[in-house]
Design a protein around this ligand. Structure first.
Ligand code: CO8
Length: 275
């Protein structure tokens, strides 16, 4: 991947010690505006996610990139959509901007590898929404979360209302979205918004280590498991359970299922083929 192709983000592939996995680390890099999201940031993030999906599709065996980590440069993760860029938007422009954010969120959820938001500081408005579009959130002790849009007389527009309510429940989502209050990492952890709270130094190594462990599992199973969880979350239980059952069964047609079980029974490490 060409790092030079991006202006608002940095993209680096990291090897995970003790594994063959490479994890793609995307750092949003507009620290002067606390990494606020404008059209260009959203477009560049979308391009990285799309490129990762295309590489995955083209790969033989284990995927070339086994996970995606999103973080921010400086003291913020992302302090929201760029207010200067939004201030004069018409409803049509706001609809188009929101649409691009939603498309990015959907691409992150559809990506066949795990995604983690490593929230190093402020994750406000669109920043909290970007974190919520990742599979799970690790938070630095310095992280602050919030949906302050009502203070600007708008509402979340990047999936925040719906993903927050599914993550933390209706009443907590209502409290956060209606008050605009910020919460710290400990509170985000307590309500289930952040999976783990880490010291600033431990944040990236811990997130990379988890992605590395995920990348070491059967890649088709990881992709399917992620899809069943995301798709099932917005289905009636009976339909979601049916999706699980069908997907479970379909994996018995893969070479990796044979290999994973044979390796366990043979007391040896598995050699995944990605099919
Ligand atoms: N947009 C533009 N500039 C910003 C933003 C932002 N969201 N946040 C901070 N900045 C700028 C500040 O204007 C300031 O610029 P300058 O140095 O030129 O004055 C610089 O970043 C540093 O910020 P502060 O001086 O304010 O730093 P503090 O440490 O004092 O405060 C805060 C940090 C509390 C994070 C504060 O900056 C703040 O409240 N920021 C705004 C947070 C906010 O309201 N976010 C929600 C925006 S609305 C939204 O996200 C809707 C999403 C819609 C859909 C998106 C689809 C992709």
């Amino acid at each position: 991947m060409s790092v030079a192709a991006y202006e608002t983000i940095q993209v680096e592939d990291h090897a995970v010690e003790g594994t063959d996995a490479r994890i793609r680390v995307v750092t949003i890099d507009r620290p002067k505006v606390l990494n606020a999201l404008d059209e260009q940031v959203v477009a560049e993030l979308s391009a990285v996610v799309e490129a990762t999906a295309v590489e995955h599709l083209a790969a033989e065996g284990s995927p070339p990139v086994g996970g995606l980590l999103i973080t921010g440069a400086g003291k913020a993760f992302v302090a929201g959509a760029d207010i200067a860029a939004m201030a004069e938007m018409s409803p049509e422009q706001a609809l188009a901007f929101s649409g691009k954010g939603h498309a990015l969120g959907e691409m992150l959820e559809a990506l066949p590898v795990a995604t983690v938001a490593a929230v190093n500081g402020f994750a406000l408005g669109g920043g909290c929404e970007l974190a919520l579009a990742c599979d799970f959130i690790y938070a630095s002790e310095k992280a602050k979360f919030g949906q302050p849009e009502v203070k600007l007389a708008v509402i979340p527009g990047f999936g925040g209302t719906q993903r927050l309510l599914r993550r933390v429940g209706l009443a907590r989502a209502l409290e956060l979205c209606l008050s605009g209050d910020m919460i710290d990492a400990a509170e985000a952890h307590r309500i289930g918004l952040a999976n783990r709270v880490l010291s600033p130094d431990e944040l990236l190594p811990a997130a990379l280590a988890t992605l590395g462990r995920i990348a070491a599992q059967g890649p088709v199973a990881v992709a399917k498991c992620k899809a069943v969880l995301h798709q099932g979350a917005s289905m009636p239980l009976e339909q979601a359970n049916d999706l699980e059952q069908q997907t479970f069964a379909s994996l018995f047609a893969t070479a990796d299922q044979r290999e994973g079980m044979a390796a366990f029974l043979g007391k040896r490490p598995p050699q995944w083929r990605g099919r």
